[in-house]
Design a protein around this ligand. Structure first.
Ligand SMILES: Cc1cc2nc3c(=O)[nH]c(=O)nc-3n(C[C@H](O)[C@H](O)[C@H](O)COP(=O)(O)O)c2cc1C
Length: 357
């Protein structure tokens, strides 16, 4: 029996950030029932040197401080991306800063990288090492998403510090330069700022004892020209995957909720079309040379399949969990297996990008 439909009316009575805290606490306390164990051979996929049991991962921002990383794998995810974490702890923006757009099945957040900082993350992951080894033995992949402090005077140094600090705990590290709630962050997606950042993080990665896959997360608000310029710059760097995309600062005409004019990044259903369109463009311009991770508005198996057909090797989600609970992960895994079979594909990799042109 699914318990989330029973819990949801209660959770929706409290403010979203409090409800989210309650979810993290419940997961960490081990009181959230696990999703059933599924074996789906055709859903296995290898991306940036890592084996994923299936393509569905948890997007960054849900478990910023890795408080529930281990229990989250029991909710059916093949990968969990913790963070964004910054070198020093920071409070983020004043509350309220997270809004449910229930009529639109969307969320607006302007959290502003509230997190406990690198030292706290390292301590927590060190404590969880034994359990994380078990998760890995069952094929779980742990990503860590890194950012810069709001008041940092040297953004590039922040990313290098973070990469060096988390590398020993991460299966991959995501460089996040696309959150809309840290002033100036998105400017690092272009021109010399992007090259300087990538020179530094790729250089720092070379000196690590183990080669950690480096992923880059981009915004959906890039124009065609900006995407083309970015692809040109990226071609000079050994990045292992691109995540398309973060939240949008745009507001679709169709939004109905009273909170639609709140400042911040919009995620959930209204982000699907825009982020999938950018995904297709990245796929076309990169000629499939760099794996893409499709994120934005995934709320069903058909959505996840749509991301894959648009060029994604992997899919992540977050906002839809607030509306459907973790049962969604199981539904998507089952639905994806059926969709592949229906369309005559024997593995996920055959479906990647078939609709991208
Ligand atoms: C409340 C909230 C907090 C988020 N925090 C982060 C973050 O810290 N770092 C990041 O890279 N993305 C963050 N995101 C963006 C998500 O990882 C994802 O890219 C975006 O929400 C689109 O996916 P969705 O429509 O499935 O939610 C956050 C999203 C939400 C809703």
């Amino acid at each position: 029996m699914k318990i989330y439909p029973l819990l949801k009316p209660l959770l929706f009575k409290i403010d979203p950030e409090t409800a989210h805290r309650a979810a993290i606490r419940a997961l960490a306390a081990g009181v959230v029932p696990s999703q059933p164990h599924l074996a789906h051979g055709p859903l296995n996929i290898r991306v940036s040197g890592l084996d994923f049991r299936h393509p569905i991962g948890l997007a960054a921002g849900f478990d910023k401080n890795a408080e529930a990383a281990v229990p989250l794998f029991a909710q059916g995810f093949a990968a969990v991306e913790c963070g964004t974490v910054t070198p020093r702890p920071q409070m983020g923006n004043p509350k309220p800063r997270m809004f449910r757009l229930a009529e639109d099945e969307a969320v607006i957040n302007r959290l502003g990288f509230n997190n406990e900082g690198l030292d706290a993350l390292r301590r927590r992951l060190q404590t969880a090492q034994g359990k994380l080894a078990q998760v890995r033995a069952h094929g779980g992949v742990l990503g860590i998403n890194i950012g810069k402090n709001k008041d940092s005077e040297d953004a590039v140094a922040d990313y290098v510090t973070m990469l060096q600090g988390v590398a020993e705990y991460a299966d991959y590290v995501t460089v996040n330069i696309s959150s809309p709630n840290t002033p100036g962050l998105r400017d690092m997606q272009a021109g010399s700022a992007l090259s300087e950042l990538l020179d530094a993080v790729c250089g720092a990665r070379e000196k690590l004892p183990r080669r950690v896959p480096l992923w880059l997360k981009v915004a959906p608000d890039l124009t065609d020209e900006q995407v083309a310029a970015m692809v040109e710059t990226l071609s000079a760097y050994p990045l292992d995957a691109l995540i398309v995309s973060n939240t949008t600062i745009s507001r679709s005409e169709t939004l109905r909720s009273a909170h639609k004019a709140e400042q911040g990044g919009l995620s959930g259903k209204p982000l699907f079309t825009l982020s999938t369109d950018r995904l297709k463009l990245f796929y076309r311009l990169t000629d499939g040379k760099i794996p893409l991770v499709g994120v934005g508005g995934v709320a069903s198996a058909e959505d996840a399949y749509g991301k894959i057909r648009s060029g994604a090797s992997l899919v992540q989600l977050y906002s839809a969990l607030a509306y459907q609970g973790f049962g969604l992960v199981t539904d998507i895994r089952r639905g994806l297996a059926s969709a592949l079979e229906r369309d005559g594909f024997t593995s996920i990799s055959q479906a990647i990008g078939v609709d991208a042109s």
